[in-house]
Design a protein around this ligand. Structure first.
Ligand code: PLP
Length: 388
């Protein structure tokens, strides 16, 4: 798939050239890093460098970083481990805007152990208020899990204030930071979380590799047991090629962060300006104060037009890929995005919502082509509807 016309960076991002090179080079290292004879300059070094680079991206220590298969596993691990050991009928607080890697896992585990899962609704801009999290906490709350940036709207959540609530309730606090890494400054100390999950492929690394940061690794039981890898917390021979790729992606993300932030802000401003120039009417689904969103995500409703029709036309006529919401929800038979629904948007806004997400390989001419194609698509769809 080519990158031009690709506006679905929140689903996944293309591999960077530096990541590809690191992965090819790691393929030459076939030894098992746990083998007694393993060369300290081989797989072991690849792993320790990657752990260091990923720790550096989020202000953690390397010994707090545990490799997993991705954020789905990381989220499941935290939820299962904390909720399994929690006293019966304790409470798990999360929000309605979380990814299914939290919501579905939370429901399954709470049902299994008889815990009370409390789902906090966001406001109409997709932000979860600390007071509503506090209000949802029962006297015995064992776990709170709130994402840092939403994958559909880009809304940045008030994590520091929620961390303070978790601390006051003596609850374990998990943060899903999948959509923030490489797009925002992420510092686990500043956030005040006990754990945090990342997926490599969301910031130009490979798929099938992620991490779980644990402030205190002794707090969690392993989810996968076996050969004792990852300090006994996540067994299984390590995915060295994936780890090498994610490590380089993290180093690049950290090194390029300020340039990248400037770039995506420029692209967002250019897209909104171009749509206005084409007289396209839209509503922003998410915070209208753009300071409160990740700049590379725009969720827009084009009133009176079904987003499916517009997305299909953009794809077929212009070779442009946009999304209707989370890529994973395409596998489910939901009628609307659960995120937008939880924000209380009306039916018209729900059916006409398009998620546009871009990144480092997007340029201003791509944005101009996208805006022109949206304007053209809307005109054609609206005139066909008028002729019916
Ligand atoms: N959390 C968020 C916010 C996501 O956007 C995603 C993927 O889209 C995940 C978790 C799951 O990541 P993965 O599928 O890489 O495990």
């Amino acid at each position: 798939m080519k990158n031009r016309g690709y506006f679905d960076y929140n689903a996944t991002t293309p591999l960077s050239e530096s990541v590809r090179r690191a992965m090819f080079s790691a393929m030459e290292t076939f030894e098992n890093p746990s083998a007694a004879y393993a060369d300290p300059e081989g797989a072991k070094r690849i792993m320790s460098q990657a752990r260091l680079d990923i720790a550096d991206l989020i202000g953690a220590k390397p010994e707090q970083i545990f490799f997993t298969s991705g954020a789905t596993e990381s989220n499941n691990w935290v939820l299962r481990s904390i909720l399994e050991e929690s006293p019966e009928a304790s409470c798990f607080v999360t929000s309605a805007i979380e990814h299914d890697a939290t919501l579905a896992a939370g429901k399954m585990i709470c049902d299994q152990y008889g815990h009370d899962m409390r789902i906090v609704q966001p406001d109409t801009t997709g932000i979860v208020s600390p007071s509503s999290v506090e209000g949802a906490c029962a006297s015995q709350v064992s776990l709170i899990s709130i994402m840092l940036a939403n994958n559909e709207t880009g809304a940045i959540q008030p994590i520091q204030q929620i961390a303070a609530i978790a601390l006051s309730k003596r609850a374990f606090f998990h943060v899903d930071a999948v959509q923030a890494a490489g797009k925002l400054e992420v510092d686990v100390e500043e956030l005040g979380c006990d754990s945090l999950s990342l997926s490599g492929h969301k910031f130009h690394g490979p798929k099938g590799i992620g991490v779980l940061y644990l402030k205190d690794p002794s707090r969690l039981a392993p989810m996968i047991v076996g050969g004792g890898q990852e300090n006994g917390l996540r067994a299984g021979t390590e995915n060295i090629v994936g780890i090498a790729g994610m490590g380089v992606a993290a180093a690049d993300a950290k090194f390029n962060l300020s340039i990248h932030l400037k770039h995506i802000k420029e692209l967002r401003a250019a897209l909104l300006l171009a749509l206005s120039r084409y007289d396209v009417a839209y509503s922003i689904n998410g915070p209208t104060d753009l300071q409160k969103t990740v700049a590379s995500t725009l969720n827009l409703s084009f009133h009176g037009v079904r987003a499916e029709a517009l997305a299909a036309r953009l794809n077929l006529c212009n070779g442009i890929s946009v999304s209707l919401g989370s890529a994973c929800s395409t596998n489910k038979d939901r009628r609307h995005s659960h995120v937008l629904q939880s924000m209380g948007l009306c039916e018209d806004r729900l059916v006409s919502a398009l998620r546009i997400s871009f990144g480092k390989d997007t340029n201003l001419s791509d944005i101009e082509i996208l805006a022109a194609a949206i304007s053209d698509g809307l005109r054609v769809i609206q005139s066909l509807a008028a002729a019916e």
